[in-house]
Design a protein around this ligand. Sequence first.
Ligand code: GLN
Length: 237
Amino acid sequence: MAVVGVLALQGSFNEHIAALKRLGVKGVEIRKPEQLLTVNSLIIPGGESTTMAKLAEAFNLFPALREFVQMGKPVWGTCAGLIFLANKATGQKTGGQELVGGLDCTVHRNFFGSQIQSFETELLVPELVSKEGGPETFRGVFIRAPGILNVGPGVQVLADYPVPSDKVLSSDSSVEGKKENAEEGSKVIVAVRQGNILATAFHPELTADTRWHSYFLKMESLVGKEASSSIVPEQVT
Ligand code: GLN
């Protein structure tokens, strides 16, 4: 039986393990650096990224997580997991929070607002539909969700979403990069892929639709071919 590691410090790791089980794959809970050596792919779930970062620090997981990403092994971050993987995080309460990094983007925490501004919506994801088939749209569950403000040249945008004016925190409009994205009619990026790294601002594990998990599992068989392009160097001009 295929196995996938699921970072199990906090957040929706049980839901990811259940989704993997529906696809006949065993999700292995990862809490210690040495456990990362037993898996070839990893899901970093949603939850609360500050708490997760504190726990990861306490368990000395950051160096092993960074090495895992740099080795080109498939890693998927959902929501707080996306924040973990971003090279840069902005937004309230981010101050000094440690990140794993590797994903060439700037993410804004709580871009869509607080818990009561959480929402569900149908997302257009052509890449997912072309690889996995099924309905034309995917139900995106956004819970205190981050938004991706900008991405580097090696990052493929898989889905974006119009910035709803009522979801934008006006007090945040001075934050770098936020203003342009918050303008009416503009879009914020909510799903990306960079070689071995997949990241979604929403929670596929909280739906019955397993297409994202299935898409991620297929990345494992591609990793040998794509690993070399996974870490995108800064463009030299
Ligand atoms: N806003 C949360 C954070 O910054 C993430 C929310 C989630 O994972 N559902 O950690």
